[in-house]
Design a protein around this ligand. Structure first.
Ligand SMILES: [Zn+2]
Length: 373
């Protein structure tokens, strides 16, 4: 019998090109999306990483407000166990709320473990506010702030301008603020939009279906209320282009973690852009080879950041960055239905990601926690 006429081959060729379960019905009631949690049968080497290999700066830190000794010592104990050298307090505060935290960490003897960003009230911007905010910025930096942020996604999604319409990210009223940040030599840490999937229709092809269904306030797909993802990305790029002397830190890899090529283009066009990795680990962990190449190529532009301060979640980051482990669980199942893989970053890249780039970009960073002169 010739190969061509082998019965199994004939059978295979006779099947439709794309064989879906939809061609059959489950013979027992299927579980719902929230019930189905298959346990992986895969047995491969595991390398848990409770402590980062090098002391890290969390540039996207959201510990509680550091106003009292008990809170500060609780946060420092968690930092020590994770090998976090410094947390950037990115719950930006201004005026008395800022100085109170700075004084409290000094009084607790922990001034070399925390730095503080200031904040800008951008909810309703009126004519003349730019100048006022720039003056506030100068005062807060004089008081010890070393950056602006986190500027949250409301800037772009819901903030209003003088005429009551949506305030565009590149509104000229705020030019003086971004130029003042450049004059002061401080970075602007900005969160724009949200995952692109949140701007898409909520149907059963949306890979963030569960998260959007659990958190209706993460649905930005109503075009009568919100701009498109692409509109916000274009506005952000005009803002960056308009202020080439200002150092921008894009939160969450600028929400391009699922399309690193776009982030690479942004890095190539604008040397003043950097980005941090908070809350997008699920995207790096599903493309370990592409992400590794990207992190090697852009090793001077990437910063470690975590976002929510949950100490038990940091080791997932260390494991993805430092190991080549395969097919392991992520910590939040509504972010991602998939498993993670380690990127196995080379040591020089890890050092830059964990602390080198932060020490370069953020002024007045404490040096003591890090292996640098
Ligand atoms: Zn944040």
């Amino acid at each position: 019998m010739s190969f061509r006429h082998h019965p199994l081959l004939v059978l295979t060729l006779a099947l439709p090109a794309c064989l879906h379960a939809q061609d059959r019905e489950p013979t027992i009631p299927p579980p719902s999306i929230v019930e189905y949690h298959p346990r992986s049968r895969l047995v491969v080497p595991e390398h848990l990483v409770p402590r980062a290999k090098y002391p890290a700066v969390d540039v996207h830190g959201h510990p509680p407000l550091l106003n009292d000794a008990a809170t500060i010592s609780r946060v420092v104990a968690a930092m020590d166990s994770l090998n976090l050298g410094v947390i950037v307090q990115a719950i930006g505060t201004s005026g008395e709320r800022l100085t109170r935290q700075i004084e409290a960490v000094k009084a607790a003897g922990q001034a070399d473990r925390f730095v503080f960003f200031t904040t800008l009230d951008l909810g309703f911007v009126q004519r003349g506010d730019g100048q006022r905010l720039a003056e506030q910025l100068r005062r807060d930096v004089a008081a010890g702030a070393v950056g602006i942020g986190e500027i949250n996604k409301g800037f772009g999604l819901s903030a209003r301008g003088p005429d009551g319409s949506r305030l565009h990210l590149d509104d000229p009223e705020l030019d003086v603020v971004w130029e003042t940040a450049a004059d002061l030599g401080i970075p602007v840490f900005i969160h724009t939009a949200d995952p692109a999937a949140f701007f898409e229709p909520l149907d059963f092809t949306n890979e963030r279906w569960l998260e959007m269904a659990l958190f209706p306030n993460r649905q930005f797909n109503d075009r009568s209320r919100f701009p498109t993802f692409e509109t916000l990305m274009a506005e952000r790029e005009r803002l960056i282009a308009k202020h080439p002397r200002t150092t921008w830190i894009l939160a969450h890899l600028g929400w391009y973690a699922d399309d690193l090529g776009k982030l690479g283009q942004l890095f190539d066009r604008y040397p003043n852009v950097t980005a941090e990795v908070g809350a997008i680990l699920y995207d790096l962990g599903r493309q370990p080879r592409t992400a590794r190449d990207f992190f090697v190529k852009y090793q001077d532009r990437l910063l470690f950041g975590k976002d929510s301060f949950r100490p038990e979640e940091y080791p997932y980051y260390w494991r993805v960055f430092e190991t080549e482990d395969e097919y392991f669980d992520y910590y939040r199942d509504y972010h991602a239905f998939w498993k993670l893989y380690g990127m196995g970053l080379p040591d020089p890249v890890l050092r830059k990601l964990y602390y080198g780039n932060a020490l370069r970009i953020i002024p007045n960073m404490p040096r003591r926690p890090f292996p640098v002169r």
